[in-house]
Design a protein around this ligand. Sequence first.
Ligand code: NAP
Length: 289
Amino acid sequence: MTNETMSAKRSGTFAIGGDLTVNRLGYGAMQLTGPGVWGDPRDPDEAVRVLRRALELDVTFIDTADAYGPFVSELLIRKALHPYPENLVIATKAGLTRSGPDDWRPVGRPEYLRQQVHLSLRHLGVERIDLLQLHRIDPKVPLEEQIGELKLLQDEGKIRHIGLSEVTVEQIEAASKIVDIVSVQNLYNLVKRDAEPVLQYCEAHQIAFIPWFPLATGQLAKAGGPLDEISKRLHAKPSQLALAWLLKRSPVMLPIPGTSSVAHLEENMAAVSIELSEADFQTLLALAK
Ligand SMILES: NC(=O)c1ccc[n+]([C@@H]2O[C@H](COP(=O)([O-])OP(=O)(O)OC[C@H]3O[C@@H](n4cnc5c(N)ncnc54)[C@H](OP(=O)(O)O)[C@@H]3O)[C@@H](O)[C@H]2O)c1
């Protein structure tokens, strides 16, 4: 594998919000924390190497959140990459609190969202956040108050674009009445496609669709399983097929595979060189069904 065959440039580009152009295959920085997405990673030096290697491989889109650590992922991004290259887009999130490992609870009160946006600005070392995603809609707080506060922060120049995470089409439509929604991040992968209606809505409205848990292949990948033949023929790992499938599925798709190791990062990036034919694409879809 050469840098050329692993270059995110090969995944094509998408303009988030019409003006932030990124290479479509990005990197998700949630795995750069301790177990349960809590505390420091086992190997902080490797975490820094992963981030720098991602940029060498032309990744221009990194996804993180205040809640990853909390703060650990954002601070590592700053340590590894600041001052940031001009073409790098860092997307972060606010709206989920942490009380311990694997514990996530939504808090959408405006004053809390505002505090977290200010903390993300400080932790990332930027004056404006490229893309701020509401991590979860808090059912206890009116949507207008949550999105309204993000809009205020946008008007103040603290946020460039606003996105959502884990939402329905109805929720995107409701939020879009208050502010331009430029991205949606929902669970979606080859074997878990419940978000298909949301993806189709994003395609129709040129909204970036950022699938999380993108590498999942479930039972398909077990030895002797249905992915074996196609994997051997294309000299590809099941996880690479999952990424290649996502990239082919839609031009608005921005996968953000996460890893804490340079070796896995390189393996994932090499998915850009897998040429899935239309028949391969359909075979994978049929297997997943
Ligand atoms: N919006 C949300 O609610 C939400 C929720 C979850 C995640 N996310 C975002 O989505 C990103 C991706 O999701 P994810 O990290 O849950 O799932 P993922 O990218 O599908 O998978 C990550 C897992 O796969 C392993 N892995 C990565 N590359 C591998 C390879 N080549 N071979 C074998 N194992 C490999 C990683 O372990 P190693 O570290 O050992 O490689 C890690 O355990 C996150 O980083 C985060 O930015 C968002």
